[in-house]
Design a protein around this ligand. Structure first.
Ligand SMILES: [Cu+2]
Length: 151
C-alpha cells in the first residue's frame, strides 16, 4: 500500500536530531515567554480596573475569601458560584448580629439584593476603613465577610 503513495511533503523525511529537538524546544519556550511577558506587562488602563474577586459558595455558605484587603478605588466583584441565592449586604438594620454589618463613619452602605446562581455584584470602595458585610439568607450560618480598604 505505502509504496503507491506519493509523498507530497516539501521536506525530505528527516529524523528529529537532538539539535532540531532543542531548536523546537527553544522556539516553544520563547513563544511561552513572550505570552507570559505580555500578560505581566502593566495594564495601560490601570491595574485598578481588574477587580478583586470573591466567590460565594453553598456548602458551607461562605465568601471565598472571607477577608480581602483592597485599595481605595480598586473594584471588588462578588460572584455567586453556588446554586443557592446569596447576597452582599451592608445594611446595619438588616443584620441579626450588629457585628456583621459595619462601615467606617461617613461611608456609604450597600446591598446587592438577592443574587441568583451565576449572579455578580461589583462595588468600589471610596473611603478607607473596615467594612463588615453579610449574606441575608446565610448570616446565621456564618456567611459574613470583611473588606479592609487602604488609602
Ligand atoms: Cu449566602
Amino acid at each position: 500500500m505505502a509504496s503507491g503513495v506519493i509523498d507530497l511533503s516539501l521536506r525530505p523525511p528527516t529524523r528529529l536530531t537532538p539539535a532540531r529537538l532543542w531548536l523546537r524546544v527553544a522556539v516553544i519556550l520563547a513563544a511561552i515567554g513572550a505570552v507570559l511577558g505580555l500578560a505581566l506587562l502593566p495594564n495601560p488602563a490601570g491595574a485598578a480596573s481588574t477587580p478583586v474577586v470573591i466567590k460565594m459558595a453553598d456548602t458551607p455558605a461562605v465568601y471565598e475569601p472571607a477577608r480581602v484587603t483592597v485599595k481605595v478605588g480598586e473594584p471588588v466583584q462578588w460572584i455567586n458560584t453556588g446554586k443557592s441565592v446569596h447576597s452582599v449586604t451592608l445594611v446595619p438594620d438588616d443584620a441579626q448580629n450588629p457585628k456583621d454589618a459595619s462601615e467606617p463613619s461617613g461611608a456609604k452602605t450597600f446591598d446587592s439584593g438577592f443574587m441568583p446562581p451565576g449572579g455578580t455584584f461589583s462595588y468600589t470602595f471610596t473611603m478607607p476603613g473596615t467594612y463588615h458585610y453579610f449574606c441575608v439568607p446565610h448570616e446565621k450560618a456564618g456567611m459574613v465577610g470583611v473588606v479592609t480598604v487602604k488609602k
